[in-house]
Design a protein around this ligand. Structure first.
Ligand SMILES: [Zn+2]
Length: 522
């Protein structure tokens, strides 16, 4: 068996190795020419002394089989031939990722000799949507860091970066349409530390936004790695940073600053004013021009119904539309924005903290809180798609004493609905919220090995998963991650005993979890 994560769905090893001692020849069908160039670069990276020669003793061919699934691939290595087959660039990308994991080098740092085990691997993903969500509204990491994460995502065959770019504490996209979003909304004066009940602050201002060129670069960099960037502009709540620049969009028009504290802040766009929709329509145009993804996340959770109850515009909208109360303003708002996005060629996604009635069926739900399993099954059978991202299994910002690694690994996504199969489940997502994650050390510690455990559920069919086997394969990942400078969590911290786990209930609300990271250095 290989030590690949996520585990391939079918693999067979012949017990013989192919040595590249006499050089290697690469040939590719016309469509695979760019994959062939990547293969050449890969071999040079793994073994700088490798010789390329059409008369070499090993040949690697990239072949096309249009019948293979879009992201599926076959690696067949026997005698002196290695054949990588796919139906297009997505499959070849993953064939190369797998091949790199299979190659062995000898000769230490100089990597003088290269070999590949004789094997036949047929592989394809379980879920079409396999996402990491990165929250850069709370903490801005910047282009270099995002590209590093995209490299790591590709290594584990994840194909969506859900990019959370606007929330209460920051707005991160350069705007020509509404320039105050760049000058006011992308800056806050300080940042709370120590948990949402804490009165402590870092004592540092925090700013940052992506220029349009940087965003285009990142989208292109992701595409090269078979990763789609799905943007998120949170609405109608989690929008305080925008309201700090354009207060007339709220129910009260009250002037506020970009918040420096976290938690649910109960500020919101007014869903009863036409001004709100006109503003968002133009802003969405600006975003749609930057992000070619067909999916577009619009937040939609933790809404401020109590504000709407007191607002004359909201009350008039309730009356005019014959709604049963302020709780029905959310479906109305989501449907209006969803139709706006559909007209721009986009499919909207929302965070489903509950299952509001009347939301258009083409709106996909990201399920993060526990939902009624019968009701989820009913939504699925009526055509709704779900992305599964449970806060108590997949929220990577939480400490390991709250979410031990095994709890992440063992989770079965279809369990959120009664009697369901994979149909209706678009995919899975690991959200990385960054209220308490303000550097790369903490980011790496919280994401690894969690992202690997998550990636295996995203890619590998449930019957091929095994916790015991995963733990062994995780050990084999470490040299690669070490060479990339990834500061993963040590094994003794990822699955803590009962005492530490009980402490987790306390940590959840009160500290910012840097204690675990400090332990990682010992
Ligand atoms: Zn209102």
């Amino acid at each position: 068996m290989s030590d690949i994560i996520p585990k391939p769905n079918s693999e067979q090893f012949f017990g013989e190795d192919i040595y590249f001692d006499g050089g290697v020849g690469i040939s590719a069908c016309a469509e695979a020419e760019s994959a062939a160039a990547k293969l050449k670069a890969l071999l040079r990276r793994v073994c700088p002394s490798v010789i390329f020669s059409d008369n070499g003793n090993v040949s690697i061919k990239l072949e096309k089989d249009a019948l293979l699934p879009r992201e599926g691939y076959v690696v067949d290595a026997r005698a002196s031939d290695i054949v990588l087959t796919a139906s297009g660039s997505e499959g070849w990308t993953y064939a190369l990722v797998t091949l790199e994991r299979l190659l062995k080098t000898e000769g230490g740092d100089k990597a003088l000799s290269l070999s590949c085990p004789g094997c036949h691997i047929e592989d394809e993903p379980r879920f079409a949507y396999r996402a990491l969500m990165l929250d850069e509204a709370r903490n801005f990491f910047g282009e270099t860091e995002v590209k590093r994460l995209l490299d790591l995502m590709c290594l584990y065959k994840l194909n969506v970066l859900h990019w959370h770019l606007a929330d209460d504490q920051g707005y991160r996209v350069e705007s020509d349409v509404y320039p105050l979003l760049t000058t006011i909304s992308s800056h806050r004066n300080d940042t709370q530390v120590g948990g949402i009940r804490s009165d402590k602050f870092r004592g540092l201002a925090s700013s940052g936004y992506y220029t349009k060129n940087q965003i285009r670069n990142i989208v292109e960099y992701a595409k090269e790695r078979n990763i789609v960037v799905v943007p998120e502009l949170e609405m109608p709540s989690h929008c305080s940073a925008i309201l700090a620049a354009y207060p007339h969009l709220s129910c009260t028009g009250e002037k506020t600053e970009v918040p420096t504290t976290f938690g649910t802040l109960h500020r919101s766009f007014c869903p009863g004013k036409q001004t709100t929709y006109d503003f968002l329509d133009k802003l969405l145009d600006e975003w749609c021009e930057l992000f070619p993804s067909s999916l577009f996340h619009i937040g939609g959770d933790e809404t401020a119904g109590s504000l709407w109850k007191q607002c004359p515009d909201c009350r008039k909208t309730i009356a005019d539309n014959g709604l049963g109360g302020e709780h029905e303003l959310l479906p109305l708002f989501v449907n209006r924005i969803a139709e706006m996005l559909a007209a721009k060629g986009k499919l909207p996604v929302i965070w489903a903290d509950r299952l509001p009635r009347g939301v258009r069926k083409f709106v996909t739900y990201t399920a993060w809180l526990p939902l009624d399993r019968k009701a989820v099954a009913a939504e699925i059978s009526s055509g709704r798609l779900f992305i599964v991202a449970p806060y108590d299994r997949y929220y990577a910002g939480q400490p390991y004493c709250m979410i031990p690694l095994k709890k992440t690994y063992d989770f079965e996504p279809t369990s959120i609905a009664n009697g369901s199969t994979d149909a209706g489940f678009f995919g899975v997502e690991m959200p990385m919220w960054t209220e308490w994650v303000y550097d790369r050390v903490k980011l790496d510690f919280n994401l690894f090995p969690r992202l690997c455990a998550f990636a295996e559920t995203a890619w590998t069919n449930a019957q091929h998963k095994s916790w015991h086997d995963f733990k062994k394969r995780w050990q084999a990942q470490k040299p690669t991650l070490d060479s990339l400078g990834v500061g993963y969590a040590k094994d003794k911290l990822t699955d803590p005993g009962a005492f530490a786990r009980n402490k987790g209930a306390y940590i959840w609300k009160n500290i910012d979890q840097y204690d675990e990271v400090r332990k990682n250095d010992k």
